[in-house]
Design a protein around this ligand. Structure first.
Ligand code: 5GP
Ligand code: MN
Length: 336
């Protein structure tokens, strides 16, 4: 491990830097990555954001989004960037398996690896760690890193602020989760002062749905929602053919799980979707219920207490069955 003085010394000269983030990046992953990118380019560094996969269209307007390289589409270029990097920032994840094959490249690279993250149980591949599980978003930590660790608040310009606001907004459920504090609102106020147009960002992310997505949501709610009152649990599960029928793209299933959680009395909500390569599971919970524990124990995943995810190589039916069979184990907690 190295310390912040060493990081400052490294960043004092132009460096070759790669920023990477997790598989299927969400608003916090892209917001924190491009937020940091827009800071580092002002300092004269040569910076590239390398995403392991594609990401939703409603994030593709972020400042300097065209500079992002997608590993699955440009493997050789991505590998070379990682191999040649002097510094690699790993944002919004803490285990290299979260970035798929790109993880091997990062592991092999001789670059200094800086992890900025808010998930439990870091694997330990990093040389410097800015890590706080109490943080609402990695974007919040990037703000703290630039302002408090590097003492460079003057570089929080409109582009940086717009990206970081997006990350905080999406990971906080639009400022509603328990991780939202008065301190976080002060950061958000700074971001708005620095030029983040809060209303426009909400519009670009949340009021940008395709007709297909809305019809798909209606279909999920009318035909696919199951409520298990004896466990205060609600489930929506959809198959590959449902996804194809509505022409659902990356990211368009995001947020559907929250509708299941919005039913009165529901403590645990699940959205299970059959993707082309595997079955993906998203869990959301309220209060103390540990959604991440279920994902870790049964679905090769993890996450936060109230928002977690995992996946499985089994069939959709098997995963749904497995999920239902787990509920009795958690009955006591679910009925609290
Ligand atoms: P989502 O349901 O939005 O895909 O994911 C919610 C949260 O769960 C993410 O912020 C991430 O922390 C975590 N998560 C989702 N999928 C996985 C996974 O496959 N592995 C791990 N370790 N965490 C995941
Ligand atoms: Mn995050």
């Amino acid at each position: 491990m190295i310390d912040i003085t060493a990081i400052k010394a490294l960043l004092a000269e132009p460096r070759r830097i790669v920023i990477t983030t997790h598989h299927k990046p969400d608003g916090d992953a892209m917001g924190s990555s491009l937020g940091l990118y827009n800071y580092l380019i002002q300092k004269g560094h040569f910076v590239k954001v390398v995403s392991p996969t594609d990401y939703p269209y409603f994030l593709q307007w972020l400042p300097n989004n065209p500079e992002v390289i997608i590993f699955t589409e440009k493997q050789e270029e991505s590998k070379k960037l990682v191999a040649d990097a002097e510094l690699i920032f790993c944002l919004d994840f803490n285990a290299l398996s979260r970035i798929n094959e790109l993880g091997d490249e990062v592991r092999k690279s001789s670059a200094i690896k800086i992890m900025i993250d808010h998930h439990l149980e870091p694997e330990g591949f990093d040389d410097y760690r800015y890590w706080n599980i109490g943080a609402c978003a990695t974007a919040q930590l990037v703000y703290d890193f630039i302002v408090n660790e590097l003492d460079e608040k003057q570089y929080i310009n409109k582009d940086v602020a717009t990206c970081l606001y997006t990350g905080i907004m999406t990971d906080s459920g639009s400022f509603r989760f328990p991780t939202v504090t008065s301190g976080l609102h002060r950061i958000v106020a700074d971001l708005i002062d620095a030029g983040a147009e809060n209303w426009r960002i909400h519009q670009q992310v949340y009021d940008n749905a395709t007709e297909g997505r809305l019809k798909f949501l209606g279909y999920c709610l009318s035909n696919k929602l199951e409520v298990f009152r004896e466990y205060n649990t609600a489930l929506i599960s959809v198959s590959k053919s449902d996804i194809a029928k509505f022409d659902i793209q990356t990211g368009e299933t995001e947020g559907i799980v929250n509708y299941a959680l919005s039913i009165n009395g529901i403590k645990l909500a699940a959205f299970i979707v059959e993707r082309s390569d595997r079955v993906k599971l998203s869990l959301r919970s309220t209060g103390d219920f540990p959604a991440n524990e279920i994902c870790k124990k049964y679905f090769d995943g993890g996450g936060h207490r109230n928002a977690a995810g995992g996946h499985s190589e089994e069939s959709l039916e098997q995963v749904v069955q497995k999920f239902k069979s787990i509920l009795p184990e958690y009955k006591k907690l679910l009925l609290l």
